[in-house]
Design a protein around this ligand. Structure first.
Ligand code: NOJ
Length: 544
């Protein structure tokens, strides 16, 4: 059996905060760092060991902070550097580390470097970005940006185009330039000095782009750049580092998360997340989840990374719809299915991530009018598809299912106005279901989704098999049941789950009949040969 080297982040659970939607402390309708400080007792009670904060650095907020104009300052909307230092300190006192979101593929066009860069071709900062000569009406090539429209923006004063994989306000940094890399390393070391516990690396697989070859991710120098980055910075501390990599397969993931620590602690890859879209199309082109494929995909990652890499386990983040609405049931079985999804995820090998509100079983939102949506990606897609002749109904259906604002409505704290998120007017409306789904209510209920997550987090700390156990998928072809075991030298864990709203027939494996139940989501005892809708049971047995 392969034993992985034990690191603290293998037994911990990371909680992702989208600061603008978490807790507002000053009534301006936007969440802030002081709001996070106020909520530390809640997070401590949940039991998470690290908080990943979506970007809080200074930014014009064209892409909600993923367009940074100063890496070494906090956006006034979120507070001050002093607030950030206080958060790092206070979180530490609760045994929680702060993970910052590093957006290194691009900056804002309002970053000092870019303002200089566009002044002239011989400005020392010009080469910090990716430029191509050209003519106004003739783009260097037909590459498109992720948010729609060409990936090239014309700057008439220079007679050049700059390259942007995301919005025009997010010019790509030129990683080929060693000066850019050095500036980045110094900035990271500065944050490490402030006591930051780790970093999440935004779209890191896109830094080594080669626009002339139309290569966006997995460019030829990608791992060379990452290894240098890691050596110059992360390896000088005991950090958790996680690389966002949409384009990773298992082979590449082993490089990103090599146990020798040469790149990152772990990879955050999306193969399972893209399964409910039409083949070869975009996420907006909906298709039912192929359940057996989901199991096989997750199982493949479990098996192939065992002992050779480390995965992040997630259903949600700030770019994804709410999992209970997506692959669970946000009506009658909301609570049961939220717990089932939690068990299936947290029982696997890797570091689990909880996205704010997931621990309450928060759901997608259905705004009636497009003007209530705020996300740049959603608004671009809406415009584009309406122009292309899609019906309003079809476009809205895609937004309801996949829009990023599903994850970005404010955290639902209690029953008071705006769910206790703000005393002002929230920057985006609160999901109207907050009176039913909120933290206060769930903390008072021993059977809530919150209490279930809390138990899962505790179990991971208590039983080494969660981190170390070898994964084995059971009932591979079953259309309803997700079942697997995790086995180490002393014990075996079983996760057994019905992924549907119908009863599922099953035969309990003989050796599990007397085993200890660690966690389940129905209160009465299990039925002999059947799993009820979304029923899940987690069991453990000692091996002789
Ligand atoms: C990935 C982030 O998660 C997303 O929110 C952002 O829009 C893009 N990277 C661009 O930075």
């Amino acid at each position: 059996m392969v034993k992985t080297e034990k690191k603290w982040w293998k037994d911990t659970v990371v909680y992702q905060i989208y600061p603008r939607s978490f807790q507002d402390s000053n009534g301006d309708g936007i969440g802030d760092i002081r709001g996070i400080i106020q909520r530390l007792p809640y997070l401590e009670e949940l039991g998470v060991g690290a908080l990943w904060l979506s970007p809080v650095c200074r930014s014009p907020q064209d892409d909600n902070g993923y367009d940074i104009s100063d890496y070494q300052d906090i956006d006034p909307m979120f507070g001050t550097l002093d607030d950030m230092e206080e958060l790092i300190q206070k979180a530490k006192e609760c045994g929680i580390r702060i993970i910052m979101d590093l957006v290194l593929n691009h900056t804002s066009d309002e970053h000092r470097w870019f303002r200089e860069a566009r002044k002239s071709k011989d400005n020392p900062y010009h080469d910090y970005y990716v430029w191509r000569d050209g003519k106004e009406s003739k783009l260097p090539n037909d590459m498109e940006s992720v948010f729609g429209g060409p990936a090239w923006e014309w700057v008439p004063e220079l007679g050049q185009y700059y390259f942007h994989q995301f919005s025009v306000k997010q010019p790509d940094l030129n990683w080929e330039n060693p000066k850019v890399r050095r500036e980045i390393y110094d900035m990271i070391l500065w944050w490490m000095d402030k006591g930051v516990g780790g970093f999440r690396l935004d779209v890191i697989d896109q830094i080594a782009k080669e626009p002339d070859l139309k290569i966006t991710n997995n460019g030829p120098r990608l791992h060379e750049f990452i290894r240098e980055l890691s050596k110059e910075t992360f390896q000088k501390g005991d950090l958790i580092t996680v690389g966002e990599a949409w384009g990773a397969d298992t082979e590449r993931a082993k490089l990103y998360s090599n146990p020798d620590g040469s790149e990152f602690s772990m990879v955050f890859q999306f193969e399972h997340i893209g399964l409910d879209q039409q083949e070869g199309k975009t996420k907006w082109d909906l298709s039912p989840l192929p359940f057996v494929k989901l199991k096989k995909t997750l199982a493949k990652w479990q098996t192939e990374l065992a002992g050779q890499g480390w995965n992040s386990l997630f259903w949600n983040n700030h770019d994804l719809p709410r999992i209970v609405s997506r692959w669970g049931n946000d009506g009658k079985y909301r609570v049961e299915s939220a717990k089932m999804l939690a068990s299936v995820l947290h029982g696997m090998q890797g570091t689990p991530y909880i996205y704010q509100g997931e621990e309450l079983g928060m759901t997608n939102v259905h705004f009636d009018d497009i003007s209530q949506y705020k996300d740049i990606e959603t608004l671009h897609m809406y415009e584009e598809r309406m122009e292309e002749g899609y019906s309003e109904e079809e476009v809205m259906a895609s937004i309801y299912a996949k829009g990023r604002d599903n994850a970005r409505t404010p955290m639902q704290w209690d029953e008071s106005r705006h769910a206790g998120f703000t005393k002002g007017t929230p920057w985006i409306a609160v999901n109207p279901n907050y009176r039913e789904i909120n933290a206060a209510r769930e903390m008072a209920d021993p059977d809530s989704v919150f209490r279930y997550y809390q138990k899962l987090i505790r179990l991971r700390k208590e039983y080494p098999v969660f981190a170390d156990g070898v994964f084995s998928l059971l009932l591979e072809e079953d259309e309803q049941i997700f079942a697997y075991t995790r086995t180490d030298e002393e014990s075996e864990l079983l996760v057994w789950a019905n992924f549907t709203d119908r009863p599922a027939q099953c035969t309990w494996p003989e050796e599990w009949k007397e085993a200890e139940v660690l966690l389940s989501n129905y209160d009465s005892s299990m039925k002999a040969n059947e799993l009820r809708p979304y029923e899940t049971v987690m069991m453990i047995r000692t091996l002789q």
